[in-house]
Design a protein around this ligand. Structure first.
Ligand SMILES: Nc1nc2c(ncn2[C@@H]2O[C@H](COP(=O)(O)OP(=O)(O)OP(=O)(O)O)[C@@H](O)[C@H]2O)c(=O)[nH]1
Ligand SMILES: [Mg+2]
Length: 221
């Protein structure tokens, strides 16, 4: 069983890498900076997007690809903010892959974009295994999930460029050691930029907006 399944998994990942590389080339050619936003279900991915659109939408031309098992609710939340959003329904699949993103990109006007944000399926494990062509992976961990998550689910933290610790407005009501999250995540990935934020109150989000805007400018043609 093991002898058969390991090469199959390797082939799938290699095929995905080729598609991700093609996606990246299209993005580079168009001068678009792209991020892959990942977290457990409900950590605040769409809320962060809404805040980001409110703050940067007037200055940066952006589009969103929304990955979900079912429904187009998140895409509708984004469209209601006046930003182009394409929904991918994975029909039960627990992550996006390069092929799905390639198809979604076909329906975007790439010639008139500076930033593409891909909201992955809510899942703290599988999305980290599949590159989509993005420049950076972003992980959101909300404080309600517990401060043990970086050590228990290390891959996503190792693969990401930014960790947003969200829902800090709830800290007075729960036991969560934000310093432990910072320590454990930094131990896994010394390059990780860490911002503690609240998408509810807006606290801490300025640092995220600046980081994102700097990267958009650097990738612009
Ligand atoms: N208190 C508090 N609630 C938040 C914060 N950010 C998001 N929420 C709430 O958390 C819930 C989930 O937020 P979403 O933004 O939909 O989370 P998501 O990661 O996009 O969820 P999925 O797409 O289903 O994986 C919503 O009820 C939000 O209002 C925050 O900073 N503080
Ligand atoms: Mg969402």
């Amino acid at each position: 069983m093991t002898q058969i399944s390991v090469p199959v998994v390797r082939n799938i990942l290699q095929a995905n890498e080729r598609l991700a590389a093609a996606n990246r080339k299209r993005l580079e050619d168009a001068g678009i900076y792209a991020v892959n936003l990942m977290s457990s279900p409900g950590a605040g991915k769409t809320s962060l997007l809404e805040r980001t659109i409110e703050h940067l939408g007037g200055r940066i031309r952006m589009a969103v690809i929304e990955g979900d098992l079912q429904t187009s609710q998140d895409a509708e939340r984004i469209q209601s903010k006046g930003v182009q959003a394409v929904q991918i329904n994975t029909d039960g699949g627990c992550h996006l892959d390069g092929n799905m993103v390639q198809i979604a990109m076909d329906s975007l006007d790439l010639g008139h974009l500076d930033l593409l944000i891909i909201e992955n399926v809510g899942n703290l494990v599988c999305p980290a295994e599949f590159n989509l062509g993005e420049h950076d992976k972003i992980v959101i961990l909300s404080v309600t999930e517990g401060d043990d998550k970086p050590s228990k689910y290390p891959v996503m933290f190792q693969q990401s460029s930014v960790l947003l610790i969200n829902k800090i407005d709830l800290l007075p009501y729960i036991d969560c050691d934000v310093e432990k999250i910072r320590r454990d995540a930094s131990r896994l990935n010394a390059r990780l930029e860490i911002f503690a934020v609240s998408c509810r109150t807006g606290e801490g989000l300025e640092a995220w907006f600046s980081w994102l805007e700097k990267n958009v400018q650097e990738h612009k043609k």
